[in-house]
Design a protein around this ligand. Structure first.
Ligand code: FE
Length: 243
């Protein structure tokens, strides 16, 4: 037998893996970036084949990695983690630099960045394992802590009363109540709300049938434990949507 809980005991960081192919720039949030060797300096990344970035790395033979800072904004993580580069230009509202190899690397809310030339690709079924030799790189902010997957998971779910009430500090609780009051004061009939993490739009006319929310349910009537059906963000992460 295998206890699936073992996977929670593995530690990961969170990174933005980026690439350019022809004129297209794209990137995604990855937790699998690890150093393989020191001499030469090589890292490996595991990239889902369904990811647009995977085909761009395979096509160009290069990729960039930015190490997310612990306080990286949800908007940035949402843009790179929950949106598709097929639909939006993820770099349009993101601070980045173009390296000498012409790879776009994100500098916003990141601790460090580096670029790699792919030296080996391993097909693992659902994913491509790219092994890259590091070409260039620099520290952006040595005072920032890198974001770990564990920290992100605990802090995201930690604000959920349903799953882990013990994680909610009193000041956080008050903060959430204040945000909910503010949201209620802005609500007008038929008001749509947008998720600030992934840009999903809640339309009261449609409701959220999969979560048992009937069409015609205004945003403020959603249960407190309702979460964004796309990215899992909480009600407090939504704001009124102006069309
Ligand atoms: Fe969302």
């Amino acid at each position: 037998m295998m206890n699936p809980e073992i996977f929670y005991s593995l530690s990961y960081g969170l990174y933005l893996v980026t690439a350019r192919y022809a004129e297209k720039k794209n990137g995604y949030v990855a937790n699998t970036v690890f150093q393989v060797t020191a001499e030469p300096a090589q890292v490996a990344i595991s990239c889902n084949k369904d990811n647009l970035t995977a085909s761009m790395i395979a096509g160009s033979g290069y990729f960039g990695v930015s190490v997310l800072a612990q306080d990286a904004s949800k908007t940035l993580i949402g843009r790179f983690g929950y949106r598709s580069g097929k639909e939006i230009d993820k770099f349009e509202e993101t601070a980045f630099i173009e390296t000498p190899e012409n790879i776009p690397v994100v500098t916003e809310d990141c601790v460090a960045w580096f670029t790699c030339k792919v030296v080996q690709t391993v097909d693992t079924g659902s994913h491509l394992l790219f092994i890259g030799e590091i070409l260039t790189g620099d520290v952006i902010d040595a005072h920032q802590q890198p974001l770990t997957y564990d920290y992100y998971r605990k802090n995201r779910h930690g604000r959920s009363p349903k799953n882990a009430p013990t994680y909610i500090k009193p000041e956080k609780e008050n903060e959430v109540v204040e945000i909910q009051k503010e949201q209620a004061s802005k609500t007008v009939a038929g008001q749509k709300w947008i998720c600030t993490v992934c840009d999903h739009i809640y339309d009261p006319a449609e409701g959220d049938p999969e979560a048992g929310v009937a069409p015609g349910t205004p945003f403020e009537s959603l249960p407190d434990n309702w979460v964004c059906p796309v990215c899992g963000a909480e009600k407090a992460d939504f704001e009124p949507y102006q069309e």
